[in-house]
Write a protein that binds this ligand. Sequence first.
Ligand code: AMP
Ligand code: ZN
Length: 493
Amino acid sequence: MPLYDTQTIKIYNSLSGEKEIFKPITKGYVGMYVCGPTVYSNVHLGNVRTFMSFDMIFRYFKHLGYKVRYVRNITDAGHLENDADLGEDKITKKARLEAIEPMEIVQRYTVDFHNVLNTFNFLPPSIEPTATGHIIEQIELIQTIIDNGFAYVVNGSVYFDVHKYNETNEYGILSKRKLEDLIHNTRTLDGQSDKKNPQDFALWKKAEPAHIMRWPSPWSDGFPGWHLECTAMSTKYLGEQFDIHGGGMDLKFPHHECEIAQNKAAKGQDPVKYWMHANMLELNGARMSKSTGNYINPAELLSGENDIMSKAYGPSVIRFFMMQASYKSVLDLTNDGLLAAEKGFHRLMDAINLIDNLKTSDSSSFDVAAWKQKCYDAMNDDFNTPILIAHLFDAAKFINQIKDRSASVTSEDLDLLKETMTIFTFDILGLTSISKDDSSTDKLSGAVEILINLRKEARLNKDFALSDKIRDELAEAGIQLNDSRDGTTFTTN
Ligand code: AMP
Ligand code: ZN
């Protein structure tokens, strides 16, 4: 019997504003779409947090035995500055500034994105479609929306008619906004005169002569709107009805609101059963964001090369830090928080490493089976990772007590404890053991220190050939030695 038959998940559905029992559209299968990054710059840790929340969710569904199709796209065109319908394409702008092809920008930052996710031990999604690879599907979708009377063409651009849509539908259903309020609060910007109303949004934009990323369409040589891309890609791979659509909280409006409107206008229904929104990572009490400059990149946190934190942190410590908060809560990234997470992560790992050497007895002073179900209950309750971690710490305490002989455990219970700790810590939270994390750098430092001392000895013996050989061969291996009055240090590239 698959685990999903005995474990019932409740998901907070942003659309209903309630926790609902998760019932997949097809028994045993889960279809999940998550909006991916716009690949015009290095991802910051806020982006990483959102994708990590969905990585944990993906892992839990898989653990329960569901066959999960997880689609996470790459936005490689059509996302304009300020998430608006005016302004330059984010990717084209970066390409212009660097005087290279937009697709070089796309390639560079897609590679960076994958590297970062690998560092944090993410599972790859089942499908990673790109917006530029689905232009035909998008053109077809736009045509359907026009045919159904919910979009209009002006000067080669196509706009979604929000007012027309709102006559028979509820624009704002997800973000709990009212069109009347939006009308009062929208500034009319110069240059938006193509639109009937400022609330309308672009499905297709005619490209200016200088716009490089362009495709032919029935309306003009141009490019698709950002909201439309996700509608085309999600329904292409997951069908006209699918289980979960996720993304960061900031995408609720307008991005996801527009996705709902596009789908209803094209197919008469919102295909999504559960809308899930991951909350924001903050830095210095404000949302981490590329545009405001308030952000830190993963590489800066991992290397310690930043002005914000006191030291470098390993990827599992950072992952543990993120998992200590519910995906639905705002989380502030601070040095104190990371130091505490580092301590907690090591406490957990130390306990797991003790398990194999524990002595067993003929009775247990801790109900391991009940504890195991509590771990599932935490995850079943809308993926409550902080509660899960509290239970893992209870087990860590028990393990330490067994070691000190102030608690006892049977060998069956010990096996169950080990298996359960491993599943939740590594498979579901996605942490990696210390040896993969910090101590590999510790070991490297140890080895390089030995070579630095050998080189020092060689120099004292005036064996400069050997001392240079050590320096040069380390450099070839990507390790630079830096001599100063205080001694020799090293850096890696
Ligand atoms: P973007 O590349 O800007 O489209 O963002 C990629 C993903 O990162 C989206 O799901 C955003 O909601 C998410 N995101 C952006 N900033 C943050 C943040 N400070 N904390 C958490 N998620 C974020
Ligand atoms: Zn999207």
